[in-house]
Design a protein around this ligand. Structure first.
Ligand code: CA
Length: 222
């Protein structure tokens, strides 16, 4: 899961980034509205945490403009406590949730999980695939009563493939969503992680298919 934080208060932004990275998210940070807006246009995020008052475009303009462009990224708006009416405007323009500053870090994670879950439930995807029950927050997969531990990256990778099943997903797209800006786009990172993931849960390559020259995918049997 890849998250964008747009927040000009550097302390808040960086603390949040560190905390979310510890939870296994890939996190990009932009400290002003214009670069935040560009990042949203350029990359596909699974969630955006958007401050309301920003230098450059403010949070309200950003949410309004990306929604007009058809971008549905689940977005949590950050506001100061005194800006209750702005919050309501935020909803009108398409924010999915809001949080007032100061907030607890654990609460942010809960909110992120909730908006991402709502978003994927809307797309009616479940984290049950073939004989596997996937427990993303425990980094665990259950297969016929047997528990298999995954690393955080392996889980994020699997989760992304499941949430986007029945289509071919390129290595570039996986890098975009599961890793962050600092990953080397020309590395074998995806290949290596697919390999270790298969070794743990799918040695026969029944679940995760390689589509030669195109990417990977999980295809449910029809
Ligand atoms: Ca601000």
């Amino acid at each position: 899961m890849r998250i964008l934080i747009v927040e000009d208060e550097i302390d808040i932004a960086d603390t949040l980034k560190l905390y979310l990275e510890k939870q296994g998210y890939a996190v990009d940070v932009k400290y002003d509205g214009n670069t935040g807006f560009s990042a949203l246009k350029l990359n596909q995020y699974d969630c955006c945490i958007l401050d309301l008052n920003l230098p450059g475009k403010d949070g309200m303009e950003i949410i309004q403009e990306i929604r007009e462009m058809g971008n549905t990224v689940p977005t949590i708006m950050l506001t100061a406590r005194s800006q209750i009416y702005d919050k309501l405007d935020g909803f009108k323009y398409g924010a999915d949730d809001y949080m007032t500053k100061p907030f607890h870090l654990a609460e942010v994670v809960a909110r992120i999980e909730a908006v991402i879950r709502r978003f994927s439930e809307n797309k009616s995807i479940h984290l049950q695939v073939a004989q596997y029950e996937v427990l993303p927050h425990q980094n665990r997969v259950m297969e016929n009563g047997k528990s298999i531990e995954l690393s955080t990256k392996e889980m994020r990778l699997l989760e992304y493939l499941i949430r986007n099943q029945n289509r071919i997903i390129s290595a570039e797209e996986l890098l975009e969503h599961v890793w962050d800006d600092s990953v080397d786009m020309f590395s074998d990172t995806v290949k290596t992680h697919i390999k270790t993931l298969r070794k743990k849960i799918d040695p026969q390559k029944q679940l995760i298919k390689t589509v030669k020259g195109k990417g990977y995918g999980i295809f449910s049997e029809t």
